[in-house]
Each structure stands twice: as C-alpha cells, then as structure tokens.
Design a protein. Structure first.
Length: 165
C-alpha cells in the first residue's frame, strides 16, 4: 500500500491474517478512491496523526457500514502502526484511521475492554509521518488539532511488494 501525500509517500504493510475484516474494509475504500483528496485532519504530536474522514474544507464523504472491532488480534499500537479510528462504540469504525507516533499501549485491547484495531504498519516513510506530526495546528470548531496548511492524501494505491519483502 502507498499513501501519496502532499508531504511525501508513506509505504504500508497490511496485516490481513491478524485483522482480515479491517484490512478488507481499508482496501475497499482504497479501491473506491475514497481516500484520494482527504486530509490528515487531526495531528497530535507525540500521539497520532489521523485521516480518512475529511476533505480540506471539512466535508465528510458517505462511508460504508461500520465494521466489527478486531483489536484483540495480538497486535499493539506501537510507533508506526495504523489503527482504525472509532467512536466510544467498539464496532463503529468506518473509514478513518490513524498512525501511531509512539507506543500507545493504552489504545490496545484489555480483558473486557476493546481497544483500537491495528491492521498495518509503515514500512517506509516514517520521516513523512514525522513531518506531518510537526505541522502547525489550530482549532476549527468543533475540531481541534487541525493542520493550518492541509496535508492531503493525494492518492492511496495498492502496490505489490517488491521481491524480497
């Protein structure tokens, strides 16, 4: 997977064995071109950068139905992993995802407490992720932590891994 952003490319490895429904959901949005033109609308240094829900003018796109939470898959919200964003309702994730900027084990599932489902990790482009994390942010009510200058996902594409990966 590749996210071509206005600040550079981010290469992603998906985890279909551990998070099959989440990966299928993500790939469906990619194949539909859903992420193209969306922005990283939430940037919290030392925590996460989040995308997949807003255009540059903060309009939302219609999403597919929410998916079941797969946070109990044995993967942890470590630096460089991607997880699905959701509401307080565990089975509410649709298109939004975030990239962890540090080890956020408080986002992992615990017995009797669903977490945030890790479904991929950044394999190349953490420098781009870190650049996004350093952009100036502001408040655009009701949203906080919004980049002043939009960071755009220009294109999300499925790419085959090169031999040896």
């Amino acid at each position: 997977m590749r996210l071509e952003t206005s600040l550079g490319d981010i290469e992603i490895e998906l985890y279909p064995e551990q998070a099959p429904k989440t990966v299928d959901n993500f790939l469906r949005y990619v194949s539909e071109g859903f992420y193209d033109g969306l922005v990283f609308h939430r940037v919290i240094p030392g925590f996460v950068i989040q995308a997949g829900g807003m255009t540059g003018d903060f309009k939302t796109r219609a999403t597919n139905a929410p998916i079941i939470n797969e946070s109990d898959n044995g993967l942890s919200n470590e630096r460089g992993t991607l997880s699905m964003a959701r509401t307080r309702e565990p089975d509410s994730a649709t298109s939004q995802f975030f990239i962890n900027l540090q080890h956020n084990d408080r986002l992992d599932s615990k017995p009797g407490q669903p977490g945030y489902a890790v479904f991929a990790r950044v394999t190349e482009g953490m420098d781009v992720v870190d650049r996004i994390a350093q952009v100036e942010t502001t408040t655009r009510p009701p949203f906080r932590d919004v980049p002043v200058v939009p960071v755009v996902i220009e294109k999300a594409t499925r790419v085959e891994p090169t031999q040896g990966q």
